[in-house]
Ligand binder design. Structure first.
Ligand code: SF4
Length: 340
């Protein structure tokens, strides 16, 4: 498969973040998202968010892992008319499609059959590998066992699901382990060809968590990892840096990143609520006219060309994509300005 993205272009999507539930079977030491008293969004709440997100093309479903293993969640789902969490999730994915948004679901580890059901209703899916080694911060998180996560990413590969994964930096691993984790992602892509992007995300301490006093990785460390990642990963796997988690995106682009992920003008980053999305125009100023922003969809152009998206999303992709697989009439910068 050939690279289709042009050098000098930094891509992004406009999304709406839908945090279906903060019920999670894991207890990661750095997490400020999960709750012991979890909530579950209703169809009406999801519809309201989808309706508000006029500019978005992507519905990002991110939530805790295997929520129905958490006490009380199955009963709540039944009272809402759903036999399982996957049935509920499929219903919400379909709702997003009805509202003209392409679902991208991050559901944590999933079995092959669960992923197969979700594939039809998703343009792409994701699961952070985080780290391919066992770490203390995951001692109470069965879903963070590296072999479990690798198995899920393999399942996605077997099912030809365009996939987002990545590493979380600064959670107790060392540099060697960061690079090893990138090697693992590279090998997964070599075997299945399905990784569209690899997020390199810096840990941010959250108040009230076990790791609230753990220092986050420095910008220098992150830059070093991005440079190494660009050497380790196949060129067609884009490197993504979340722009709300770094002060200035520009050095990361120079170091080899080429995507800044989803940005929302409707919803916050519920995983990092203290970090607002920068405005697109501010990001463009940071790029100083050396790189240009281009709006894509939740599925990368090369996967649109080979038809790897879910079958229920095909009609929407036809409406939303231009002839090159980017968003039709989407944002394209071109006027370099000088202030960051
Ligand atoms: S980080 Fe994700 S998997 Fe870990 S406890 Fe929080 S919601 Fe669950």
């Amino acid at each position: 498969m050939q690279i289709t993205e042009k050098p000098g272009i930094v891509t992004f999507t406009r999304n709406v973040f839908i945090p279906l539930t903060n019920a999670c079977r894991n207890r990661c030491h750095y997490c400020g998202f999960r709750s012991d008293n979890p909530s579950l969004m209703t169809s009406a709440e999801v519809s309201k968010l989808l309706s508000k997100a006029i500019n978005a093309t992507e519905a990002l479903f991110t939530f805790g892992e295997k929520p129905d293993e958490v006490e009380g969640v199955s009963e709540k789902l039944k009272s809402m008319g759903f036999r399982s969490f996957i049935d509920y999730l499929l219903h919400m994915n379909a709702l997003a499609i009805e509202h003209g948004k392409l679902p991208h679901t991050n559901a944590g580890v999933l079995g092959y059959e669960e992923m197969k059901r979700l594939k039809g209703f998703n343009a792409s899916m994701g699961l952070m590998l985080e780290q391919a080694v066992e770490l203390e911060c995951h001692e109470n998180s069965p879903g963070k066992k590296p072999e479990e996560r690798i198995r899920s990413i393999i399942n996605a590969g077997k099912l030809q699901i365009p996939f987002t994964t990545g590493i979380l930096v600064g959670i107790g691993e060392n540099l060697y382990e960061d690079l090893y984790s990138l090697d693992v992602i590279s090998e997964l892509h070599s075997n299945y060809g399905h990784i569209q992007e690899c997020i390199i995300q810096n840990f941010k301490p959250k108040k009230g968590t076990v790791m609230e006093n753990t220092p986050p990785p420095s910008a220098e460390t992150m830059l070093k990892i991005v440079r190494e990642a660009r050497k380790i990963l196949p060129q067609e796997v884009e490197i993504q840096i979340p722009p709300n988690l770094v002060d200035d995106i520009s050095p990361f682009i120079k170091a080899g990143a080429g995507d800044i992920g989803g940005i929302s003008d409707t919803t916050i980053d519920y995983i990092n609520p203290e970090a607002p999305w920068p405005e697109i125009e501010k990001i463009e100023r940071c790029l100083k006219g050396e790189y240009f922003l281009k709006e894509r969809l939740a599925v990368y152009p090369r996967f649109i060309k080979v038809g790897w998206y879910g079958k229920h999303t095909g009609h929407l992709i036809e409406q939303l994509a231009d002839e090159n697989g980017y968003r039709k009439n989407g944002y394209v910068s071109g006027k370099g300005v000088n202030e960051c």
